[in-house]
Ligand binder design. Sequence first.
Ligand code: C2E
Ligand code: MG
Ligand code: MG
Ligand code: MG
Length: 283
Amino acid sequence: RAKSDGRNTWQFYTPEMNVHASRLLELETELREALQDRSFEVWYQPQVDLQQKRVVGFEALVRWRHAQRGMVSPAEFIPLAEETGLIVELGHQVLEQACRDIAVFNTSRNQPGYVAVNLSPRQLKDEQLPDYLDALLSQHQLLPRCLELEITESTLMDQMDQSLPILHRIEQLGIALSIDDFGTGYSSLSYLKQLPVHSLKIDRSFVQDVTTDRDDVAIVSAISAMAAKLNLDVVAEGVEQVEQLQILRDCNCNLVQGYYFSPPVPFEKLLEACNRIESELNR
Ligand code: C2E
Ligand code: MG
Ligand code: MG
Ligand code: MG
């Protein structure tokens, strides 16, 4: 994609690059239209507390229902949104939808749950983010603990200096911060002390082979033990099998999320999913 501002100018063109570039350009145009039309959906995946035997929160995951292409994966459009700066507007739409939905959802349950929203690098450089979040909570009359933000370990490491003041202001609002894909980002442990972090999400790659790979068991239990000592929650992502669940329990990993309990579902199906999960846990 040739950029006129010179930031990222292509040096050479090949036919393959032209196909790729025009596909990207098309996608960018469609992304703008979808933002205009507010046609992004937010789906939710339950997070389960194994000790309490209940669903305690939900991860918000954006979905793009494209008229011709069908469901487009966030893996495909989030990087483009990030690159073009459209992520800030997209991020706002996701945050608004998530806050509106959790406010409604909590009125139908006796214990309030939280919604965990993923944030991209560029959103974490936006100095207006804390004020924006503060206004959003008031608008939906939400307690700060009903909102959580997920940030990947690598994003944090890449832009610590710029993001740290913003993260501290977010912490002062009482909003929890979770480190996503933990264990994949070459971080030093010392940064955990500097950061206003509330939980670690153990990356799916460690959970995947936990039933066959002793090293992964060691990694998961080490992360859980460290988290407990640092007074952090630990969430295992990508739990698909009951055998994995048992090992995670043994590793003192108390919070789990994955297809085993439920895939991400549209808001209309969330209550049904929660009821099913909780009745299974309490059987
Ligand atoms: P993530 O934050 O690590 O989200 C977890 C991904 O794993 C989701 O993919 C989820 O659908 C998938 N998943 C959940 N349970 C299982 C399981 O048991 N097995 C397997 N194989 N996968 C599972 P999804 O929804 O395609 O999202 C991919 C990534 O896109 C997310 O990774 C996140 O980095 C990004 N993303 C999604 N929504 C947003 C958003 O609203 N804003 C931003 N900035 N990024 C988002
Ligand atoms: Mg996440
Ligand atoms: Mg994750
Ligand atoms: Mg992951």
